[in-house]
Design a protein around this ligand. Structure first.
Ligand code: HAM
Length: 424
């Protein structure tokens, strides 16, 4: 009865962490006026292939359904949301949409990389430009702040910076720069920070060595606009002014945890402009989030004029970065237990537990009819226990025991139900 490779069960602690991130995501989405929706979990295979072509098949789950349709499980929310928005002619623009949920990828499983995982995701459709991109980056910055992740920095760049650098520096510029060489050069920039120089020189042996070294040097440029300008003549690069304007807009919004990073180009095929990735300085499991402008995907869905930008973050990776902080206790056993002194009292205890729950007090109760001693043992981690005993019940009371110091007092049931705040 083994699970398929790459699949896992989400146990209480991890699931409560996911719920915590979901909660903060929903709060932050409300602050930034994103409307929540969830695109379909299953798409036509052709929709997921719209931009990347059949090459995407090796990275996703796809199959033929019982009606002989080629379908696939969503690998992100961006494609589904873009499909949805592009087919709604009457949708008021800009549309700011947010989603949270599970996505599937046929990735090679390892720590921080799974075949089913959760993403938070925001997109802005129909308002191309710096302000939407700044809003998305500010959103991510605030979300990580609300999760106590102060070590997160968001690295920003623009696809055209790298593209113009590649064109300017390839010895036979113009020849072969449309196809594979160009795509390989971008991939090399993407991998620069993840692999060693030796490995990359070997892997990209078909490219001139000097060109590879130049690209790796380019990919290592990062810092404030002034720091970048001290390292490279930005006048030769496309879209530098745009990136500086984005930087200024983020300063204006007091988003401080940003960094220009020429090594960010993004792997997914659909990006066309600004690109960004969020990293936690202490985490070893790759980017926490990524995104950018992807006007060309809207073009592939027949709405080239619309424009779109967005960002998504991996929830499980966020929890790894949060470590201990992800355990906020919501998965823990209840703080209060209702116990019964004997079998006859079990019904009364069950009724009291039910009444307390109806008033919003989380309580536990033994379902097995065990003896009081056993019940107390099971509730040893609780803060308070309420003991329902015959004598006290006859007077409309119960015993309240503080488990930390063992002190006991009698309290009236009506009073407890009128104001249960002392139990919370
Ligand atoms: P992505 O970079 O493919 O972008 O994924 C976003 C985040 O999901 C990553 O930064 C990482 O934290 C997490 N992630 C990706 N793959 C895995 C995996 N196999 N296991 C665990 N976590 C993973 C997108 O998905 C784009 N849709 C982002 C976007 C939104 N672009 C525009 N709008």
């Amino acid at each position: 009865m083994e699970l398929p490779r790459g699949m896992k069960d989400f146990e209480t602690e991890e699931l409560s962490g996911i719920e915590l991130v979901r909660e903060r995501f929903v709060q932050t989405a409300r602050l930034f006026a994103f409307q929540l929706m969830e695109p379909s979990p299953i798409e036509s295979l052709s929709t997921l292939e719209a931009k990347s072509g059949p090459a995407i098949r090796k990275e996703i789950y796809h199959f033929r359904d019982k009606g002989d349709r080629d379908v696939a499980l969503r690998f992100d929310f961006t494609v589904g949301l873009a499909r949805y928005v592009s087919s709604r002619q009457s949708l008021r623009l800009p549309a700011k949409l947010g989603s949270f949920g599970g996505v599937f990828r046929y990735d090679e499983p390892q720590k921080g990389r799974y075949r089913f995982f959760h993403q938070w995701n925001v997109e802005i459709f129909g308002r191309p430009g710096i302000e939407s991109e700044a809003e998305i980056i500010e959103f991510a910055s605030r979300l990580y702040g609300s999760l106590g992740l102060d070590g997160v920095s968001i690295h920003i760049s623009h696809r055209r910076l790298a593209e113009s650098f590649i064109r300017n520096s390839y010895p036979h510029a113009g020849q072969g720069m449309q196809g594979e060489v160009f795509a390989d050069s971008l991939r090399l920039v993407d991998k620069a920070a993840k692999k060693s120089l030796g490995d990359l020189l070997k892997e990209y042996g078909h490219l001139p060595g000097e060109f590879v070294r130049g690209l790796l040097d380019f990919a290592s440029i990062r810092g404030t606009p002034e720091e970048v300008e001290a390292r490279i003549d930005t006048g030769t690069l496309d879209s530098w002014d745009y990136l500086v304007e984005l930087w200024d807009s983020l300063q204006n919004r007091s988003v401080k945890n940003i960094l220009i990073d020429f090594g960010v180009v993004r792997g997914l095929d659909y990006y066309s402009g600004t690109v960004f990735e969020a990293f936690d300085e202490k985490s070893k499991f790759g980017a926490l989030a990524g995104g950018g402008r992807y006007d060309s995907l809207m073009g592939a869905f027949g709405r080239p004029e619309m424009g779109a930008a967005g960002m998504a973050g991996g929830v499980e990776r966020t929890l790894l970065a949060m470590g201990e902080r992800a355990a906020d206790g919501r998965g823990a056993a209840p703080d209060v237990f209702v116990l019964y002194a004997n079998g006859q009292m079990q019904r009364h205890a069950a009724r009291l537990a039910s009444q307390l729950r109806a008033r919003g007090v989380p309580v536990g109760i033994d379902l097995a009819g065990r003896q009081l001693k056993k019940q107390i043992e099971s509730a040893s981690g609780a803060r308070l226990v309420i003991i329902v005993g015959q004598r006290e019940l006859a007077e409309g009371k119960v015993v309240l025991r503080n488990m930390a110091d063992g002190t006991e007092s009698q309290v009236g049931i009506d009073g407890l139900l009128d104001d249960p705040s002392g139990l919370l």
